[in-house]
Design a protein around this ligand. Structure first.
Ligand SMILES: [Zn+2]
Length: 271
């Protein structure tokens, strides 16, 4: 079984502070239980959809921007059952672990020491996660150490494009993934540096030899939110032929041998 549960679809400062779209990241249940980019509210959103932080095996944090890493430490506390058990793996950018000239580390020494493994990989590195293999992918972002991944599962590859601007290698790197989750911050004609917009995604998909079966747009910024991301998704789908959806809190994607199924979960409890 390979399942993905989305705990949000928002990104960027203004969507994050208003919570017009939740910013909890997403969770992959495959050979290992992997939580990706725990932005503000991740802990609360996770519990709403029965994702128990005490059962997370791997925490992946793409970079040291608050909308991606705010809840990282509390997720580590979940993974280590309140720092009483040495368990879990953190895979994170250099900026998350060491900080940079503008940011302190997002995970303290106390939390790092509680984990069983900490990986601070470079693009191209491979990490075995149970039966799955994660390959780290590069970005061009205002946090220059930001990383994405391709997770090779027994049911195909899942690609995650975190915050990045378009660069030529993107289409080669993600060629052949079955499911692609991409941070598409801006709509058509509203390009900004260091982020993808609708045209970038179309350009990338059109040139792929083996296009993904499905694209899920996430990290919806304020301008994309008000431009109607569903219309943008339809536009991408019409031009490229790739089924394109907009992430949503409670969205559950199930990868099966022959197809990818979707449903929307109801919150298990109110928080
Ligand atoms: Zn960012």
């Amino acid at each position: 079984m390979v399942e993905i549960v989305f705990l949000g679809s928002g990104g960027g400062r203004f969507i994050t502070i208003t919570q017009f779209r939740p910013t909890g990241g997403f969770f992959i249940n495959s050979s290992k239980r992997i939580y990706v980019d725990p932005g503000p509210g991740a802990l609360v959103r996770a519990w709403r959809y029965k994702v128990d932080p005490r059962k997370i095996d791997v925490l992946f944090v793409s970079h040291r921007h608050t909308d991606h890493c705010n809840d990282a430490e509390i997720m580590v506390e979940g993974m280590t059952v309140g720092v009483t058990k040495k368990r879990g793996t953190l895979i994170a950018s250099k900026s998350v672990v060491y900080g940079d000239e503008n940011h302190t580390p997002a995970v303290s020494k106390y939390h790092l020491d509680s984990l069983e493994e900490v990986h601070i990989p470079n693009p191209g590195e491979r990490i075995q996660l149970g039966e799955d293999e994660m390959t780290i992918t590069p970005t061009v972002h205002s946090d220059p150490t930001a990383i994405g991944f391709i997770l090779k599962t027994r049911l195909g590859k899942i690609g995650y494009i975190p915050d990045t601007e378009y660069f030529e290698e993107l289409k080669k790197i993600y060629d052949g993934v079955r499911l692609l989750i991409a941070s598409v911050t801006r709509p058509t004609n509203m390009k900004i540096p260091y982020h993808l917009c609708t045209e970038d995604v179309i350009y990338m998909l059109k040139d792929m030899k083996q296009k993904p079966e499905m694209l899920i747009m996430s990290h919806i910024g304020m301008k994309m939110h008000f431009a109607n991301p569903y219309k943008e998704a339809k536009f991408i789908e019409n031009v490229t032929g790739v089924k394109t959806l907009v992430a949503k809190e409670g969205f559950k994607v199930k990868m099966e041998k022959t197809d990818i199924k979707l449903r929307t979960l109801r919150p298990a409890r109110e928080l």
